[in-house]
Every structure is written in structure tokens, then in C-alpha cells.
Design a protein around this ligand. Structure first.
Ligand SMILES: Cc1cc2nc3c(=O)[nH]c(=O)nc-3n(C[C@H](O)[C@H](O)[C@H](O)COP(=O)(O)OP(=O)(O)OC[C@H]3O[C@@H](n4cnc5c(N)ncnc54)[C@H](O)[C@@H]3O)c2cc1C
Length: 339
């Protein structure tokens, strides 16, 4: 756990943006983390937590301490006939967790298969896919307060989860280091199959084998549709699906009858991918960057783009979408350092 000065972060973010950490430290245990946070020489330094770097735009070098909590372990806290309560440490790679839970006969995370990243980052933006969000399964989150190393447990309500959002992302970013996530999983499966291509699976019986089939299907769709960051650097969907009110939705529908949208609480969620594709951004290249040829929502780095290039292209796209549709896009990845 020796802090490394002036460490390159290029290989620690899936967009492969160049940046350095003033001090990089990879900690494997909670006592190591507590010791690090108490070290006098880092007392007044800014502190940033990183996982796998799959939801990041590194706009510049990161000052102070950059901490990668590589804590490992999956343990059962409660177990009955129908359910199991499990604690997953922050450094567990998310997709391996999904596979492990199904191997144990625990169902509930299969729709979230193949999402890159580590478990500690999953509550940060309340990861979601194919009709399921982490919040649907989560009981609580264990954290260390970065300012003083205090260990706390936040209930699901305290995490204030929303669509790709949480207290960690919007209310107090940079305040907590998530050390573990506690979830409830099922031994008697209850599948979520209403979303998009999963409907094609038909009425599967509620069994563990069916949950495994859902995982296989989700993995196959994702491999087909999304570029692998190891081959083509990217950070997944670059913009969130904007939510608009009923009147605004009606106006858009009149102008654009083929608009893709879904009713949600308080309005309609517009498919950001449809907005970008309709505006002609799919497959567009802009210097070293571009919007993927099969997935308009995914910004890809073809070479040596910088964080400033990424933010400039994102602004160009936002301005274009605003001008064409009158809709405001919000970035999904987190921009660091925080300004
Ligand atoms: C190809 C691709 C597909 C994707 N698909 C999806 C998808 O379907 N659904 C979805 O929701 N996301 C998706 N993502 C985004 C990303 O995978 C998730 O947001 C993931 O949870 C990020 O994990 P990470 O470890 O890479 O976090 P990082 O990118 O390292 O960090 C993201 C944020 O979380 C904070 N953070 C990280 N770890 C901790 C911690 N332990 N404690 C406190 N804060 C922390 C960081 O400071 C940063 O602000 C996709 C990304 C890619 C590249």
C-alpha cells in the first residue's frame, strides 16, 4: 500500500485519456485504508476514489491522493429458504459477482450482467440495465468518510437512488469511499423480462436456469451492440436518457412521430440514442474521437484524444441536440478532477 507519486492513469480509465495522479495508492484492506486516511502528510490533500475507470472523463491530472480500494470478498450475512443477504466488497469486479451469485443459486442480478467496473462504484450511479437497477436489490452501503476515516452504513433510503444517480454522485460527491455493498438475492427466482429484447425470451418459468438464460442473453446482446473498451476505448453511454414532461413529450411526438420514449414517473424518458442517431451523430468522427458506428450514444477514442477533446465534443453534441429538438442532454460519466 505504498503511495506512488506522479502515477500515470492512462491505463486506469477505459476511455484511455492521459492524466496523472499526484499520489496513487491501491489499498487491499479496510485497516490499510483507515491508516492511509489518518496519515498526517495527506491530511489536507484532496482525495479521489477510482475503480476500474469505466465511467470517467479525466479532464486533467488528479491532485492529492487517488485511492483504488481493491477490497475483495463476498460473504453471506443471512440465509433462509427464500432469500440470502450478501455483502460484496468494493474491489470485486462487478460481472464476476453476477456470475458468482448465479453459481451459488442466488438470483436477482442477471439483468445487470457484463456492466464493466468494480462493485464499489455500482451504487455511485445506481447501475442499471434491462429494467433492473442496483437499488432494486440493495439493502445498504458501507462507507468510510474520506475526511476522517469514520466507518458508516447508509440505508437504501439514505443513498437517495435515482436514474443513474445517488447521494454519492449528486449530493455529496467525493465525501465517501464505498467499502462494501449489501444486497438481498432470491433463491426462488422472480425474473424481470419486460424490457426491450428480453421480451423475445417469452414467458420463461421462474427458475434458476431461466435466470442463467437471461444472463446469457444479456451478455450476447451487449457483446453484439457495445464496443469492448479493451479494443476501442469508451465509457459506455455518454449521455443519460432525458426525462421530459407530458406537454413537451406531446410537442416532440408531433414533430417526430417515430420518437422513441417510455413513460416514467413524472413524464417520459426519451431515448438519447435515438436523438443522436436522428441528428446524424452515429458513426461521426471528430478528430481522434467519434460516436460509435453501431451505437450513437457511445463516444469512442480512436487514438490520443484528451479529456478536453471529450468535453468539447460533448458540448458540441449537446448544443446540436438542444437546437434541433429543444432537449437538454446530461452527461453520464463523471468528470474528474471535480471543479
Ligand atoms: C462498455 C460500457 C458499458 C456500460 N454499461 C453500463 C450500463 O449498462 N449501465 C450502467 O449503469 N453503467 C454502465 N457503464 C458505466 C460503468 O460501467 C458503471 O458506471 C460502473 O459502475 C463504473 O465502475 P468503475 O469501477 O469503472 O468506476 P469508475 O469509473 O472508476 O468511477 C466512477 C465514479 O464512481 C466513483 N467511485 C468509484 N469507486 C468508488 C468507491 N469505492 N467509493 C466511492 N466512489 C467510488 C468515482 O470517484 C467516480 O466518480 C458502462 C461502461 C462501459 C465502458
Amino acid at each position: 500500500m505504498k503511495p506512488v507519486p506522479d502515477a500515470p492513469l492512462d491505463a486506469m480509465n477505459t476511455l484511455r485519456l492521459p492524466a496523472r495522479a499526484e499520489w496513487l495508492v491501491q489499498a487491499d484492506t479496510e485497516p490499510e485504508l483507515a491508516q492511509l486516511l489518518a496519515e498526517p502528510r495527506f491530511r489536507d490533500e484532496p482525495r479521489t476514489v477510482l475503480g476500474e475507470g469505466s465511467n470517467l472523463v479525466l479532464a486533467d491530472d488528479l491532485p492529492g491522493l487517488v485511492i483504488r480500494p481493491r477490497l475483495r470478498g463476498i460473504r453471506v450475512l443471512d440465509d433462509d429458504e427464500h432469500q440470502v443477504r450478501v455483502e460484496i466488497a468494493a474491489g470485486e469486479p462487478w460481472d464476476a459477482v453476477v456470475q458468482h451469485t448465479l453459481d451459488q443459486g442466488w438470483q436477482g442480478l442477471e439483468n445487470l450482467s457484463l456492466i464493466p467496473g468494480w462493485t464499489g462504484a455500482a451504487p455511485y450511479q445506481n447501475i442499471g440495465a434491462y429494467g433492473v437497477e442496483l437499488a432494486d436489490r440493495l439493502e445498504s452501503v458501507r462507507v468510510l468518510r474520506l475526511a476522517d476515516g469514520a466507518a458508516l452504513e447508509l440505508s437504501r433510503a439514505e443513498c437517495r437512488f435515482g436514474y443513474r444517480d445517488s447521494v454519492f454522485k449528486s449530493v455529496c460527491p467525493g465525501e465517501y469511499l464505498i467499502t462494501a455493498v449489501r444486497v438481498w438475492l432470491n433463491k426462488t427466482p422472480s425474473l424481470v423480462l419486460h424490457y426491450g429484447p428480453l421480451r423475445e425470451l417469452g414467458a420463461l418459468p421462474a427458475t434458476l436456469d431461466s435466470a442463467r438464460r437471461v444472463r446469457e442473453r444479456v451478455c450476447a446482446i451487449r457483446r453484439e451492440r457495445l464496443p469492448d473498451p479493451a479494443e476501442l476505448p469508451n465509457a459506455g453511454s455518454f449521455f443519460k436518457n432525458p426525462v421530459v414532461g407530458a406537454a413537451e413529450h406531446e410537442r416532440l411526438k408531433q414533430d417526430w412521430p417515430d420518437l422513441i420514449s417510455f413513460p416514467v414517473d413524472g413524464g417520459y424518458k426519451i431515448a438519447a440514442g435515438w436523438l443522436l442517431e436522428t441528428a446524424g451523430w452515429k458513426g461521426q468522427r471528430w478528430g481522434e474521437l467519434g460516436m460509435h458506428e453501431h451505437q450513437a450514444l457511445v463516444m469512442v477514442n480512436y487514438g490520443r484524444a484528451t479529456g478536453a477533446d471529450v468535453l468539447a465534443l460533448a458540448e458540441r453534441i449537446r448544443a446540436d441536440i438542444r437546437a434541433r429538438f429543444g432537449v437538454e442532454l446530461e452527461r453520464e460519466p463523471v468528470v474528474l478532477p471535480r471543479r
